[in-house]
Design a binder for this molecule. Structure first.
Ligand SMILES: NC(=O)c1ccc[n+]([C@@H]2O[C@H](COP(=O)([O-])OP(=O)(O)OC[C@H]3O[C@@H](n4cnc5c(N)ncnc54)[C@H](O)[C@@H]3O)[C@@H](O)[C@H]2O)c1
Length: 338
């Protein structure tokens, strides 16, 4: 196989994909701008491998992207690069629109010139918006796109653009829409690593609103396996939902983690709800199960324990994330008793 061009491969999910791909002996070119969530330490273990190249840069930089296509024979593009943090998109959406929509367009225009075989757009279940209550039917690939926050809207915009390139140019695109991921190397601003990190430090843990919002969790390694099954057997022009059928209320997951960590529930601090906070996410993964024979392998409780252990062993990594560009944001948003 020729090279796989991965964008955003130094982030949480991208680094898990890159690590897995390099271990499979695939040839990987990883382009990442290294924003606050992108961290080369996430890929320490493979940086010297012969089948891996890292390039620091922006997917919106047409000259740079074209030079990569010129230099390396690329057959597959996997586009993880994104501004991905909902709370930041609520503070300002420009960066999200630029990277998530414009960047995707730039990548597709150049990829089209170089006749690639496959372009996998890593999208999210958040493009569907939320489900009203626990009785509502879960999202299928045919559900209406109805994003509720600027991050989700920018990802939905990218999906529309990708769909239009497939229809207009017969561009060989596939879209995947995964539910909420958790696991090692997730930036400690996201819900699960935030809980673990603050519990390790015996600091109060913010919980939005009434804590009854439901998320559908998948272990990052299961997401990555699903992406390989799409790369290998997915059909061009299709959308695949990815999920583990694992819906849990935020309050329940928080209590579960505190229990595993032997911490007191008094650490929980209810904070003002996120604006436009989605109530429930629930992904119907029947299509990928039926058509690509994909099934998540990890058991939620065990994967959570593995994740907690990883943060215990890598507390320095998390501290460095918080000490870096994240510090101001963190201090402004979590002004509460430490
Ligand atoms: N985290 C989830 O639960 C989840 C669920 C479904 C889908 N997704 C999607 O998966 C992808 C990866 O998410 P993540 O959680 O790993 O996010 P992340 O924020 O950890 O990683 C994103 C990476 O993209 C890089 N990046 C940002 N802008 C860039 C640019 N202009 N050029 C090059 N690189 C750039 C960042 O430096 C970072 O390394 C995103 O597209 C996201 O929408 C995430």
């Amino acid at each position: 196989m020729d090279n796989i061009f991965v964008t955003g491969g130094a982030g949480f999910i991208g680094s898990s994909f890159v690590r897995n791909a390099v271990k499979r002996d695939l040839k990987i070119i990883n382009l990442d701008i290294l924003n606050y969530a992108g961290n080369l330490k996430n890929l320490n273990d493979i940086e010297d491998k012969k089948n891996y190249v890292f390039i620091k840069g922006d997917i919106c930089d047409e000259g740079l992207v074209e030079s990569i296509f010129k230099k390396y024979k690329i057959s597959i593009v996997v586009n993880f690069a994104a501004e991905s943090h909902v709370d930041r998109s609520i503070m300002g959406s420009n960066g999200f629109i630029k990277t998530n929509i414009l960047g995707t367009g730039i990548l597709m225009d150049i990829a089209r010139k170089y006749n690639i075989d496959r372009f996998l757009q890593i999208s999210t279940d958040e493009v569907y918006g939320d489900l009203e209550n626990e009785l509502a039917e879960r999202f299928t690939e045919k559900s209406q796109i109805y994003p509720s926050n600027p991050y989700a809207a920018s990802k939905a915009g990218a999906d529309m653009l990708v769909g239009s390139y497939y229809r207009t140019h017969k561009f060989p695109a596939i879209i995947s829409r995964c539910s909420n991921n958790f696991g090692p190397y997730q930036f400690p601003e996201k819900f699960i690593p935030l809980i673990i990190y603050r519990a390790l430090k015996n600091k109060s843990i913010p919980l939005y609103g009434d804590g009854l919002n439901i998320r559908d969790w998948i272990f990052v390694e299961d997401h990555v396996e699903a992406l390989f099954s799409i790369i290998e057997n997915g059909k061009i022009g299709e959308i695949y939902n990815i999920g583990s059928e694992n819906e849990i209320r935020n309050i329940d997951i928080l209590k579960m983690i505190l229990k595993i960590m032997n911490k007191n529930e008094s650490l929980i601090e209810y904070v003002k709800d996120r604006k436009g906070h989605d109530r429930r996410y629930g992904i119907d993964p029947s299509k990928i199960r039926k058509e690509l024979n994909f099934e998540s392998k990890h058991i939620f409780e065990i994967a959570i324990e593995k994740t907690i252990q990883w943060y215990k062993d890598n507390i320095k990594w998390a501290e460095e994330c918080i000490d870096g560009s994240y510090r101001d944001y963190y201090n402004n948003n979590y002004k509460m008793k430490e």
